[in-house]
Design a protein around this ligand. Sequence first.
Ligand code: 4NP
Length: 160
Amino acid sequence: MKILMVCLGNICRSPIAEGVLQHKANAAGFDWLIESAGTNGLHNGEQPHHLSQKICRQNGMDISHQVSRKVSVTDFDTYDLIFAMSKDVLSDLQAIRWNTSDAQKISLLLEQTHPGMRMDVPDPWYGNEDGYIEVFAMINAACDAIINAHQNNKLYTPYG
Ligand code: 4NP
């Protein structure tokens, strides 16, 4: 399975989500490829934010190899599931999708832990290190839920 994590800049939230889910999938023995992208393309070519790298490093993950890129319409062909970090990102993804079956691949990441609540992973870009710690915890829980759901054949992927 191939999974894409998407936020705005692809330097703060989705790089953490890529690193965490890849780490958990590997540990669970799943042959999954996890990647990430951003909707705004403003940081194309950059490494993850240093505080995203730091919180991952503190949790045993090195995400320094990741390179920011803008999401592309062909990503809907490449990936089986696409998780948006927030509703603004979800709207942008829904606007560029090809067709209805593509739409069924997209959902909010936090629906995995809070189904039906349409919660966002808050953008830590304008805040301090505490924001990155909070975001890591939310993403970590959602990635645990993805792994558990897959193990139980109940991966929750709502329309939108
Ligand atoms: P991210 O955070 O979407 O979690 O990577 C942001 C990073 C940069 C910007 C916005 C959000 N920006 O506008 O430059």
